[in-house]
Design a protein around this ligand. Structure first.
Ligand SMILES: NC(=O)c1ccc[n+]([C@@H]2O[C@H](COP(=O)([O-])OP(=O)(O)OC[C@H]3O[C@@H](n4cnc5c(N)ncnc54)[C@H](O)[C@@H]3O)[C@@H](O)[C@H]2O)c1
Ligand SMILES: [Zn+2]
Length: 363
């Protein structure tokens, strides 16, 4: 199938292509960017089993040699140690500034590779080949990357745009359902923020999404990227409009942290956070259209929780909230829904945050 190039109204710093079974097209595009006949590929030991060989074969057939860098699978490897490991491999292989560095994997691989590409020899051409739904609609879009420190997640990172992001939705066929669900939450969020028709489209097609109907997945990814792009176009460095993309995150983060990032996955916490945002807006009387029920049915259909686990410690939740609060001394900005496809920023003063948050927990 022919890949389609996604064109956005605003000036683009990078190219995005989307399709299914488009390995040939991807390599052709990389070579068109006048890079060297050598490259390096970073992937992990799960994704490599499925998708590394076809990529290498296509590169080889075009006379390009590739240095393969395979890291271990898991969020806990998104750190300086792995970044150093990747850079050591790049040195050994003599990778230079005109050699593209290709990320093949989910958000973890994309974040690590993006970070390394931005600092190794002061910058290598970066190519992102995201393989999870979350990486396709979120982590690979916007030019951010991140590494975790022992002190917290994503505390280190740079802004660095890829020269190409190529999305082959056919890889979603091997993605576990739980991982598909975590990506879906972000697409639902995109609809809830900016596009009620898109939200309803997702609601109508839940079973075809579950079975990864490829044309549908393409429509989903295209629409979500478009929405994320419009929010970051004016705000590449994350100073204002991007905040709306935090719907469900401002509420979800303390839940995620209180469960030590183990009890609740990010996607689960964001789903709960969106329900909390609806509750908060409803209590304030600012909710014109309540879509709690349909959101609950989407989350349930995808095996995601709709109730906050009772074992999460309220004290721990409020502690994380107070840590977050320190960063926002003049009050905390919550993103709340005004209706389906519309959000607004609601400021809560430092002394009112705990009550506001606890009230919203009654979902
Ligand atoms: N930079 C950003 O703007 C941004 C935005 C959102 C999230 N992130 C980061 O992204 C990370 C989460 O990304 P993720 O959800 O993709 O997790 P992940 O990269 O850990 O991938 C999830 C799991 O799916 C496996 N996998 C990947 N593709 C597969 C495929 N096609 N078939 C079968 N298995 C596959 C992976 O090996 C892994 O086990 C977090 O570290 C988060 O901080 C970054
Ligand atoms: Zn998220």
């Amino acid at each position: 199938m022919e890949a389609q190039k996604l064109v956005f109204n605003r000036t683009n710093t990078n190219e995005i292509i989307l399709g299914n079974d488009i390995v040939k097209e991807i390599i052709a595009r990389i070579l068109r960017t006048r890079v060297a006949k050598r490259c390096a590929i970073v992937t992990n030991d799960t994704v490599s089993k499925w998708y590394l060989q076809p990529l290498l074969a296509e590169l080889r057939s075009r006379g390009v040699t590739a240095c393969e860098i395979i890291i271990e699978d898991g969020e806990k490897y998104k750190n300086f140690e792995t970044a150093n490991f990747i850079m050591a491999k790049l040195c050994e292989a003599g990778i230079d500034r005109d050699c593209p560095l290709i990320a093949l994997g989910g958000g973890v691989v994309c974040d690590l590779t993006g970070f390394v590409a931005s600092i190794y020899k002061r910058g290598l051409p970066l190519v992102l080949l995201p393989t999870t739904l979350l990486a396709m609609v979120d982590a690979s879009i916007g030019g951010k990357n991140g590494l975790n420190l022992e002190q917290g997640k994503n505390l280190v990172g740079t802004f660095y745009q890829p020269i190409l992001t190529a999305i082959d939705v056919s890889v979603l066929r091997t993605l576990p359902l739980s991982q598909l669900s975590y990506g879906l939450v972000e697409t639902v969020k995109h609809g809830a923020i900016a596009d009620s028709a898109y939200y309803r489209f997702i609601l109508k097609n839940l079973s075809d999404i579950r079975s990864r109907q490829l044309n549908l997945m393409q429509r989903l990814v295209r629409r979500s990227i478009h929405i994320k792009k419009t929010y970051i176009a004016d705000d590449e460095l994350d100073q204002g409009a991007r905040a709306h993309l935090n719907l469900g995150h401002t509420f979800g983060h303390p839940l995620e942290a209180a469960g030590n990032y183990v009890r609740l996955h990010h996607g689960e916490a964001v789903g709960l956070g969106m329900l909390m945002a609806l509750k908060a807006s409803s209590s304030l009387g600012t909710l014109e259209e309540d879509y709690t029920e349909s959101l609950q049915s989407i989350l349930t259909e995808f095996g995601l929780p709709i109730k906050i686990p009772s074992e999460l410690d309220k004290k721990e939740i409020l502690h994380t909230l107070s840590q977050d609060k320190k960063k926002n001394q003049d009050g905390y900005k919550f993103i709340l829904p005004a209706g389906l496809g519309k959000t607004f920023i609601h400021k809560v003063g430092p002394d009112k945050i705990s009550d506001f948050f606890l009230a919203a927990m009654n979902i």
